[in-house]
Write a protein that binds this ligand. Structure first.
Ligand code: NAD
Length: 265
């Protein structure tokens, strides 16, 4: 039976890609497309758009589709509102919005005790495989290798560094036994002095329509390793979100699931 989806942020770059891909699949179907009221005219589909502020309309969708899963790529506070609504109504929710604060992530983990909840700052298979293998690379290279990260995104992106950049940097920091907050350097300018040994530089480039490029540099004596992930299109993230929604429907509440859980089956 096809899994009904409630797409939050349906007119956005990710929301519209997800809706487009979902319409070509048999394992999912669109229950509702939701966005802010002023976005209604932007919807390119022959489908009505529900205003997120229309609480009676939202309640009707939840009643009509008790097995529906939210897919939310919107903005941090909007995604938290979706997660709270899902926890209250018992619906599942897949959240892909980036730029969440630590407190917002903690709240998601709490809400995950009440309903099936999934959060991943990057839904691509490649990035999530990288998150598995980077600790081994970092540990095997040892102390002689400095690590920096550079990320590139399109000019409309609202948060910096990207959620993926932060997750990748956190992953290699943890492999060294460091806390990212203690070692991250987001800005070098002027007479900076030599770099510290316990430091990870994160640099951000914004422009054009770049979907997303992340490069981690491991710079050692006489050699350098560069690990680059290039997202060629948003379909990669959208496919990941749909895969996560279908997977999440089979899980039980209790944990805040991530893409790494999906890949491990
Ligand atoms: P976008 O600005 O194109 O779309 C966001 C949409 O959300 C807009 O249509 C906006 O009107 C809507 N929105 C905002 N507040 C809302 C609310 N309260 N209720 C309903 N809709 C609301 O942005 P985008 O490029 O689609 O990205 C959205 C988010 O997804 C960003 O945080 C981005 O970084 C993240 N993202 C994550 C991944 C991933 O793999 N996890 C991939 C790409 C983008």
């Amino acid at each position: 039976m096809a899994l009904p989806l409630i797409v939050m942020g349906a007119t956005g770059r990710m929301g519209s890609t997800i809706t487009h891909l979902a319409s070509g699949r048999e394992d999912v179907k669109i229950a509702a497309l939701v966005d802010r009221e002023n976005k209604a005219k932007e919807l390119p589909y022959a489908c009505s758009l529900l205003d997120v502020a229309d609480s009676a309309g939202m309640a009707q969708v939840l009643k009509d589709f008790p097995d529906a899963t939210f897919i939310d790529f919107t903005a941090p506070e909007a995604s938290l509102a979706t997660a709270r609504l899902a926890a209250k109504s018992g619906h599942a929710a897949v959240i892909g919005t980036t730029g969440l604060t630590e407190n917002q992530k903690k709240e998601l983990a709490e809400l995950a005790k009440q309903t099936k909840l999934f959060y991943s700052a990057n839904m691509s298979v490649g990035i999530n495989v990288l998150l598995e293998i980077l600790p081994l690379l970092t540990q095997m290279l040892g102390d002689g290798y400095d690590m920096d990260l550079v990320e590139l995104h399109h000019k409309h992106k609202k948060d910096a560094p990207s959620g993926t950049a932060l997750r990748l940097a956190e992953c290699v920091a943890e492999a060294k036994g460091w806390h990212l907050a203690d070692v991250a350097n987001y800005h070098r300018e002027g007479i900076t002095g030599e770099r510290k040994q316990e430091e990870i530089g994160l640099q951000t480039v914004r422009g054009g329509d770049i979907v997303g490029v992340h490069t981690l540099y491991f710079m050692g004596p006489g050699e350098r390793i560069e690990v680059t992930h290039q997202a060629h299109s948003r379909e990669n993230f959208a496919e990941g979100a749909l895969k996560a929604a279908v997977w999440l429907a089979r899980q039980k509440p209790g944990n805040l699931y991530s893409m790494q859980d999906v890949l491990k089956g």
